[in-house]
Write a protein that binds this ligand. Structure first.
Ligand code: ATP
Length: 341
């Protein structure tokens, strides 16, 4: 359940295939929001060629609602793993793989002049939870089209993830999403929200003063290049931030863990046999550690992918013990942005 939408799992009787149907109210706070929903649909259509953005299959309209029939992401929000206890939380290698995919999706959007403006762990879904599948970016309700000859200024987003320019009512650009990517990387690696204060005001103050800690306490055992990656995004001046394409080239995301490289070479050796998990698959059955490596190797090679659909039970939705996430704050003041229809 989002703020103005309810998402339900559906199955198409003729094929048995599962979908997520997003029911969106057309009237919100007494205002007709049909065109905003059509904008969201248009962005999803535009992004249909990116495997990192959720697929839109069908749209229905009733007198009161629009219903978006989306590809079902069975693994749920990455938020759940972000707030899980350390042993269940993402390992650094996993974060790197997922971050590469997130950046691939964001780079696609930015190339098409779309800014998402609400990138956070609740809007990054997984195709499966265990083994950790691939990411799908959802919720384009706040997204906007940016153009070089028009300025866009708005106050929107989710407090912990908004960039300083949003707070200062300064122009929004693709760099605004890049700030959120920096926050996302921090949350995925540490399980803590870097700017979260006791209340909204304190959070905003932390953001505008870039009050962030990269100490050993938070980043024990994590590669130094990961900190370098975040530092090139969590910068006040949007122009100084790295782009999605630059991030994809960053050393942190290029490096392969030694064990992963080993697993990769053994998997490469078996590729001629045409068996997806053999002989590396046999090794995976022997230990938990090996299993993780195979999944990573499978991703990189693209030929021994193991897909395991796991449905999410309602009580799987983790309640954060370590930090709380606030609801998106509503638009305080809005200059009509560029919508696409
Ligand atoms: N395709 C999908 N597959 C599985 N779950 C989904 C899918 N789309 C949405 N969900 C679930 O429903 C939640 C709400 O969806 P979404 O974020 O699109 O709605 P929203 O009302 O725009 O949310 P918000 O109020 O956070 O802006 C998601 O965070 C996710 O948990």
């Amino acid at each position: 359940r989002g703020k103005f939408a309810v998402v339900k799992k559906y199955m198409k009787r003729s094929t048995g295939k599962e979908y997520a149907a997003k029911f969106m109210r057309k009237r919100r706070k007494g205002q007709d929001c049909r065109m905003e929903i059509i904008h969201e649909i248009a962005v999803l259509e535009l992004a249909r060629f990116s495997p990192r953005v959720i697929d839109l299959h069908e749209v229905y309209e009733t007198a009161t609602e629009m219903i978006l029939v989306l590809e079902y992401a069975a693994g749920g929000e990455i938020f759940n793993q972000c707030v899980a206890d350390r042993d269940e939380a993402f390992k650094e290698e996993e974060v790197k793989r997922l971050m590469r995919q997130i950046l691939e999706g964001v780079a696609f959007l930015h190339k098409n002049n779309v800014v998402h403006l609400d990138l956070k762990p609740q809007n990054i879904l997984l195709t499966s939870a265990s083994p950790v599948g691939d990411i799908k970016i959802v919720d384009f309700g706040l997204s906007r089209i940016v153009s070089s000859n028009e300025e866009l200024r708005e106050i929107m987003g989710t407090p912990e993830y908004v960039a300083p320019e949003i707070l200062n009512y300064e122009p929004i650009s693709t760099a605004t999403d890049m700030w959120s990517i920096g926050v996302l990387a921090y949350v995925m690696l540490t399980g803590t929200s870097p700017f979260l204060g006791d209340d909204k005001q304190e959070t905003f103050l932390n953001i505008s003063q870039i009050n962030i800690s990269y100490t050993q306490e938070e980043f024990e055992g994590i590669d130094k290049s990961a900190i370098d990656f975040m530092k090139m995004l969590l910068i006040k001046e949007p122009e100084a931030r790295a782009t999605a394409e630059q991030c994809r080239q960053h050393l942190w995301l290029q490096q392969l863990h030694e064990d992963t490289a080993e697993a990769l070479s053994s998997c490469e050796g078996s590729s001629e046999e045409g068996s997806p998990l053999s002989p590396a698959g046999e090794a995976a059955a022997q230990s938990q550690v090996a299993e993780e490596l195979i999944v990573m190797a499978a991703y990189t090679l693209g030929q021994c992918r193991q897909s395991e659909k796991e449905s999410m039970t309602p009580d799987q939705k983790a309640i954060s013990k370590r930090f709380k996430f606030e609801e998106p704050f509503s638009t305080l003041q809005e200059i009509p942005g560029d919508f696409i229809y």
